[in-house]
Design a protein around this ligand. Structure first.
Ligand SMILES: [Zn+2]
Ligand SMILES: [Zn+2]
Length: 126
């Protein structure tokens, strides 16, 4: 029996091509649908997971015993200390309780020169 060395040219089968393209289109649509469903499922799982995480964190936080606030100075004392201007000696060595040269000032008088400060220009006022 004699075998042909080359395959004879087939007539172009348009129907076979259309069937093939239909299968390809159907598989592409299927892949798009599956990918969209997977993304939606991932997003939902992520959101749920984050919500669970937040709820757990809130529970952990709520279970903590209250932290006692440290006893600090009263607000009036803190404000007074804020506008206190130490004398030169106290500035260098730390405020001495009862020092007469230090001044308790207000926001309005804070920027005024201190007693004994050298005036601008370098000459001491006469
Ligand atoms: Zn002082
Ligand atoms: Zn002082």
């Amino acid at each position: 029996m004699r075998v042909a060395e080359t395959t004879p040219a087939q007539p172009y089968d348009r129907a076979a091509r259309d069937r093939l393209f239909a299968i390809i289109d159907e598989r592409d649509a299927w892949e798009r649908r599956i990918t969209a469903a997977a993304r939606a499922a991932y997003r939902a799982g992520y959101v749920d997971g984050r919500a669970d995480e937040r709820i757990a964190a809130d529970r952990t936080w709520a279970a903590q015993p209250p932290v006692p606030l440290p006893a600090g100075p009263a607000l009036a004392d803190a404000e007074a200390r804020r506008w206190h201007v130490c004398c030169r000696r106290c500035r260098l060595g730390g405020h001495r309780y009862g020092c007469e040269d230090c001044e308790d000032r207000t926001r309005e008088t804070f920027g005024e020169p201190h007693r004994g400060d050298r005036p601008a220009g370098g000459r001491r006022a006469a």
